[in-house]
Design a protein around this ligand. Structure first.
Ligand SMILES: [Zn+2]
Ligand SMILES: [Zn+2]
Length: 331
């Protein structure tokens, strides 16, 4: 058996042990990660300073500089600015109707240049108070149907939008995520940039609740096992695939709502802690589309602490992006 397989098994055992200790505790909110992080605080952004999923293009409510100011005022120091790539494929009239219907400002009205206009605006920001990266959010179905390669070559990060739309209406879970992880690793050979699996978990929880409702069951009757996203074998397989890779998994803010349900919380801790202990890296984000995002403070540490997602873990992608930038700037 390979050393890597041994390491993974050890990590799994450690992760499960941590999950058990944490589950046994009745103070979920206070449990502190004692994980492997030893990094200098000076070299880390705290979790609430990081937001690696900010819609900064066609749907943004304000001019770009003012939109970024809101994040800075709320404590953020690192943003991944992006937009849904498919929004830039609309014809002129289609775009006009879409803007009017949603009461947006038509920031990029020319379909022929909209993508480049958006990326150019991002690259000209020249802010010294915040670290900014540029990306696209791309629907996961494009991994099956074909990729828009030219656009993908122009960004620093690609986030894959998970949704049941790519799975005949059935919310994806562990098996589907592993399938995508393999596809993404393959695609990354052609596009060597960090990639993130965006919001893969929430759809599953909602689907479990909808199924229970259809069967006439109350939400509080749903057992933990029904909420679980991964099997033990899937966790092991995913660690083997993604540990040490540049494919990251997002924990977005929507989780804050689900975090109040103790059964969901416990299931999710059992799903995530072994992955983090096994070396998978995560990102934290708001997925902000509008000013509604600022109605409540961004506090990812509330759930990340119990999920075993340390600042060291969430800073991994930032360190990688900075290294890529620095390397590109050298002769
Ligand atoms: Zn999305
Ligand atoms: Zn998004």
């Amino acid at each position: 058996m390979s050393k890597k397989a041994d390491r993974i098994r050890l990590s799994m055992r450690l992760g499960l042990l941590l999950a058990c200790i944490c589950t046994a505790s009745d103070s979920f909110g206070q449990a502190q990660e004692k994980g492997p992080g030893r990094a200098l605080q000076e070299g880390l952004f705290s979790l609430n300073q990081i937001d690696l999923h900010v819609h900064a293009g066609k749907e943004r409510p304000l001019p770009l500089q003012n939109w970024i100011d809101l994040f800075v005022r709320d404590g953020r120091r690192v943003l991944l600015l992006l937009d849904h790539l498919e929004l830039y494929r609309m014809e002129e009239k289609q775009n006009r109707d879409w803007v009017a219907k949603n009461q947006f400002t038509d920031w990029y009205p020319d379909p022929a240049t909209a993508k480049d206009d958006f990326l150019k605006e991002l690259s000209q920001l020249n802010r010294r108070d915040i670290l900014l990266f540029r990306g696209w959010e791309i629907w996961e179905g494009e991994l099956d149907e074909g990729l828009e390669k030219e656009a993908m070559r122009k960004v620093e990060v690609i986030g894959w939008h998970f949704s049941k739309a790519a799975w005949q209406g059935k919310a994806p879970a562990g098996r589907e995520l592993i399938f995508r992880a393999r596809q993404i690793l393959a695609v990354q050979k052609e596009f060597p940039v960090p990639m993130i699996l965006f919001h893969p978990f929430n759809g599953h929880i909602k689907a479990v609740r909808e199924d229970a409702k259809k069967a006439g069951r109350a939400p509080n009757s749903i057992p933990k096992a029904e909420y679980r996203y991964f099997t033990l074998a899937q966790q092991s397989e995913l660690i083997e695939l993604l540990s040490g890779s540049s494919v990251y998994i997002e924990i977005e803010r929507d989780w804050a709502i689900l975090w109040n349900d103790p059964v969901v919380r416990e299931a999710f801790m059992e799903d995530i802690r072994p992955l983090a202990a096994g070396g998978i890296k995560f990102t934290v984000s708001t997925d902000a589309h509008g000013t509604r995002s600022f109605q409540a403070p961004f506090r990812p540490e509330v759930y990340c602490n119990d999920l075993g997602i340390t600042p060291e873990n969430a800073n991994a992608i930032i360190r990688e992006l900075l290294a890529i930038r620095a390397k590109k700037s050298l002769p």
